[in-house]
Design a protein around this ligand. Structure first.
Ligand code: GAL
Length: 442
């Protein structure tokens, strides 16, 4: 981006945030072979994956300066990022994902990585959905790391074997497994009541009842009519049914705690993105021996995805060369393979070899490779909608979950009116159009 254009963008940002321009001045530091990276990978598996990236960056002679902000799904990291940018202290690189990438790029704050992408032939190397996700107005503005599958049901394989229970593939199977487990005195499901974790279970149930097309109608296009649909009522009812299967449904705990409880056999099943697999591995649990995973019942043909990405802040361009090296490094086949093995995700590269993956990753990679019609963008993980819409929808789902007195029809009415309000705001419409493009284009 030309420097005068960049200056104009800063003036625009200052106006948008009602800040005096002097507060937005950018730090002028000498180029140094180190990059500060802001992210929210603080669990053992996440740390392991960040270390892989740091090692690949070190191969380029650049030090990874870690700025990790705790908080599942990036709640804290998002806030810290906003305040740091306002204070004129943006990190060099940061984990921003999904629709948020476009929001930051629109302000002109992200480094364009077209040179790196062209040299590395990203267009051909990336799955089309990932390629579109890292582009904004025709420019590549983020480097993709890995693809997570959110529709993952973990189950305790030893327990299932001992009780002779088959891994559930359909909703009736799921109900049957829950009945058998309860009869054996085992809690069927572990679940935290943290809003994003409840909404994770819910978006899974919605995909199972409605399929990807209806899912997009509700969460990406945010159609108020879709909120009146009986498929939403059914997903809400099922959320309530699963609440009855849970060990302490009102307990609010980090996802890492829920993983621990599952690993100790306190409950037999767990619905979570496949980063939980990495965490189970770190706890000494082996896939297919101690636990296994299947797509959430009813979503076998679909892939509910979240793609992790690193974007680079332009700042004063002094770190551009190191930032480009980071983007190049994370896309190398070796980094892609090592990172995903540590993180529980699958590579974003189409030339990855599924034969080297564990059973859970192989199923995810093949499912994602089926293309856009089989894919659904995770609302919780910012793949479907902007931050405000996401938060507002999650709050409604959470309210329904916490209070058994709230009927599905009432939540449907409230969601319809919420979507109507969101539709009225023009910047929201831009946001959801952007998300539609990201996920629908092939
Ligand atoms: C997601 C992110 C994952 C994982 C998860 C739990 O948003 O994509 O990498 O960290 O949150 O915090």
């Amino acid at each position: 981006m030309h420097k005068s254009h960049r200056r104009l963008q800063i003036v625009r940002l200052a106006r948008l945030l009602s800040l005096p321009l002097m507060l937005m001045s950018l730090p002028a530091q000498a180029a140094a072979p180190s990059l500060q990276v802001l992210h929210w990978w603080t669990s053992a598996g996440e740390r392991h994956a960040a270390n892989v990236l740091a090692a690949r960056l070190a191969d380029e002679g650049i030090t990874w300066q870690d700025a990790a902000i705790p908080g599942g799904a990036g709640l804290g990291a998002g806030k810290v990022l906003r305040s740091r940018v306002l204070a004129g202290n943006a990190p060099d690189a940061t984990q921003i994902i999904g629709v948020s990438i476009g929001e930051w790029a629109e302000l002109g704050l992200l480094l364009e990585l077209d040179g790196v992408a062209t040299a590395g032939n990203w267009n051909k190397a990336l799955f089309p959905t990932v390629r579109d996700l890292v582009r904004h107005r025709g420019h590549v503005v983020a480097a993709p790391l890995g693809i997570h599958r959110i529709n993952t049901l973990f189950y305790n394989s030893k327990l299932f074997e001992r009780l002779n229970i088959a891994p559930p593939a359909t909703w009736p199977d799921f109900e049957k497994a829950a009945r058998q487990l309860r009869a054996a005195g085992v809690a069927p499901l572990v679940q935290s009541s943290e809003p994003w974790q409840v909404a994770t279970l819910f978006e899974n149930l919605l995909l199972a009842t409605g399929g990807p097309e209806y899912y997009r109608e509700l969460f990406v296009r945010q159609s108020p009519q879709a909120a009146a649909d009986p498929r939403l009522a059914q997903a809400l009812q099922r959320l309530r049914t699963t609440k009855g299967w849970m060990l302490n449904p009102a307990d609010e705990q980090p996802w890492t705690e829920a993983v621990k409880r599952f690993s100790r056999g306190e409950a037999a099943m767990f619905v979570m993105g496949d980063w939980a697999k990495a965490e189970l591995n770190e706890l000494g649990q082996a896939i297919d021996a101690d636990f296994s995973c299947v797509p959430l019942p009813g979503t076998d043909n679909y892939h509910l995805y979240s793609v992790d990405t690193l974007a680079m802040f332009v700042n004063d361009y002094t770190h551009q060369s190191a930032q480009e090296k980071l983007a190049k490094a994370v896309m190398s086949p070796l980094a892609q393979q090592q990172y995903s093995a540590a993180k529980g995700s699958v590579p974003v590269r189409r030339d990855a070899n599924p034969a080297t993956m564990d059973s859970c990753a192989r199923s995810s990679w093949r499912g994602f490779a089926r293309g856009a019609a089989a894919q659904a963008p995770s609302l919780v993980h910012r793949m479907a909608a902007d931050e405000e819409s996401r938060d507002a929808i999650i709050a409604e789902v959470h309210r329904f979950y916490m209070d058994d007195g709230v009927m599905a029809a009432e939540t449907q009415r409230r969601l319809a009116s919420l979507l109507r309000t969101l539709n009225l705001r023009s910047h929201k419409q831009q946001g959801s159009q952007h998300a539609t493009q990201d996920t629908d284009r092939r």
